[in-house]
Design a binder for this molecule. Structure first.
Ligand code: NAD
Length: 507
């Protein structure tokens, strides 16, 4: 472990634990019970939150239903809605530091990345505001002289938003502004691990003038809060980001009311490295792709597929870079990789690694807990594993940690087959200087996003989502916005009916 780069604990005093309450119908509501979040890096309580039960969840859904049906948001002009969203964007930008510190303390991610996540989210709000004003249906003036058809888009209704712990503020902002732009009302349930930045968002929404009841927040766990949000008859749609296992439970639970379900789930995302690639850039992107957010990232490129002629050289490059990545205190602005979210999750990551080694894979680097002076025990070493076979568990399942597995191939056909030999299909990437190779791969890879000669770039304009067991539906971009709209066709006669009557009145 001596040759790794470790940032030990910084001398800073942490803020007092954040006190989070539910937001119901414009009012902050205490819980009958509370729950605590212990910082994964600093091992102390960093938030105390109201714990949602059935009563408070019912109240939140009822408030969202009332607000939607009253039309105080759903039927006002898009101009008015977008002006609120733009105010929220400005307020996010003005509150980045406060929100980012809390996000780092609860999630363990580096403060520089929390600042980037929160600050960057403002742009999602601005983009959603622009969609509210430019979205429209279409008209059909070609149905005959006495007919006019108009297709309009209506907000879908009350939306449940259920989010995970790995990018709490960003993922909320991939959903909430788009739902609000469309005219929906919502109930949000953040992860029990990272509830506070969602509460802070609630504060900004009130300050921006969002009417009461339009956005309600219930803090708490999957049972009973998330489960009720997925089954309640007054909820029209559930948008969920989280594990594939819980995504399947939500699909089953929602079937009773046939509500719309949009799912952003796990991934086992490959990057293919061709021999003609710019290996320096590719090695840097692979290193970023596996360690960003400690690998606790749906888009983690946890599976690289390298041409066998360059595999040894490429792995050596990635191992050398891995030693330079700065692991350690997430409150240090210089740190690139922080803490693992829970002790249980750390054990799960280590279990995958030890099982792979026992099955014959080769540990090139890391493979165990990382000790960081002055901080808690939840850190894991940068880990690179070669000699991985496609049927090993570590090559097929989402490890969700700083662990890279290396597979090799000989032909592009083999690389494409390995890419698609997965239950998941979130993202994929290829590195090559040959445009034909890149395009062939991009067209045949089974994934919602394919990157060529880059990794993990995203833009509010571009839809995001997965195929196969990585999810259904899309987020952000125009396609993501459309998920929150229902399409209605208006069929209108122009002038008197010139056709013969269906029933002969004089007969
Ligand atoms: P998780 O599935 O454990 O929890 C996600 C949310 O669901 C939490 O708010 C949780 O309280 C809630 N929940 C749990 N049980 C529920 C139930 N029965 N009904 C309703 N809600 C319930 O996921 P996690 O551990 O918080 O997040 C990690 C997972 O999220 C990974 O699999 C990752 O790949 C995935 N993820 C996907 C994307 C994407 O966009 N595709 C983005 C980020 C994370």
């Amino acid at each position: 472990m001596d040759d790794l780069t470790i940032n030990t604990a910084t001398e800073i005093s942490l803020p007092a634990p954040f006190l989070g309450r539910h937001l119901i119908d414009g009012e902050w509501v205490d819980g009958v019970e509370t729950f605590e979040r212990v910082s994964p890096s600093h091992d102390c309580v960093v938030s105390v939150s109201a714990k949602g039960d059935e009563v408070v969840t019912q109240a939140a859904i009822a408030a969202a239903r009332r607000a939607f049906d009253a039309g105080s948001w759903s039927r006002i002009s898009a101009k008015e809605r977008s002006s609120v969203l733009l105010k929220v964007a400005d307020l996010i930008a003005a509150n980045v530091d406060r929100i980012a510190v809390q996000e780092t303390l609860e999630s363990g991610k580096p403060i520089s990345q929390s600042r980037g996540e929160v600050g960057g989210a403002a742009d999602l709000w601005r983009y959603a505001a622009s969609l509210a004003r430019t979205s429209h249906g279409d008209s059909h003036n070609s149905l005959g002289a006495d007919m006019l058809g108009v297709v309009v888009k209506d907000p879908i209704g009350v939306v449940s938003i259920i989010t995970p712990w790995n990018f709490p503020f960003w993922i909320l902002s991939q959903k909430l502004p788009f739902a609000l732009a469309a005219g929906c009302t919502v109930v949000v349930k953040p992860s029990e691990m990272t509830p506070s930045s969602t509460v802070m968002m609630g504060e900004l929404l009130i300050e921006a003038g969002l009417p009461a009841g339009v956005c309600n927040i219930v803090l708490g766990h999957g049972q009973p809060v998330g489960s009720l949000l997925a089954t309640h008859k007054d909820v029209d749609m559930v948008t969920f980001t989280g594990s594939t296992a819980v995504g399947k439970m939500i699909t089953e639970a929602s079937a009773g009311t046939l509500k719309k379900v949009s799912l952003e789930l796990g991934g086992k995302n490959p990057q293919v490295i061709m021999p003609d690639a710019d290996l320096e850039n590719a090695a840097d992107a692979v290193t970023f792709g596996v360690y960003f957010n400690v690998g606790q990232c749906c888009n983690s490129s946890s599976r690289i597929i390298v041409h066998e002629d360059i595999a040894e050289d490429f792995v050596a490059r990635v191992v050398a870079l891995s030693r330079k990545v700065k692991f350690g205190d997430p409150m240090d602005p210089d740190t690139q990789v922080g803490a693992i979210v829970t002790a249980d999750h750390q054990r799960k990551i280590d279990g995958y690694v030890q099982q792979a080694v026992a099955a014959g894979a080769k540990l090139e680097l890391g493979g165990g807990a990382l000790s960081v002076d002055g901080l808690g025990p939840q850190f894991y070493q940068p880990t690179v594993i070669s000699n991985v076979m496609p049927d090993m568990q570590i090559a097929r399942e989402e490890v969700f940690g700083p662990v890279l597995t290396v597979l090799t191939f000989r032909t592009l056909e083999e690389a494409i087959a390995l890419t698609n030999d997965s239950e998941y299909g979130l993202s994929a990437g290829i590195w090559s200087n040959d445009i034909h190779t890149c395009l062939e791969y991009a067209r045949r890879a089974e994934a919602g996003t394919v990157w060529t000669n880059t990794w993990m770039d995203g833009y509010p304009e571009l839809a995001f989502g997965g195929v196969k067991q990585s999810g259904q539906g899309r987020e952000i971009g125009r396609y993501g916005y459309d998920e929150f709209l229902e399409v209605k066709s208006l069929v209108m006669r122009v002038g008197r009916d010139s056709r013969a009557p269906w029933v002969e009145a004089s007969a």
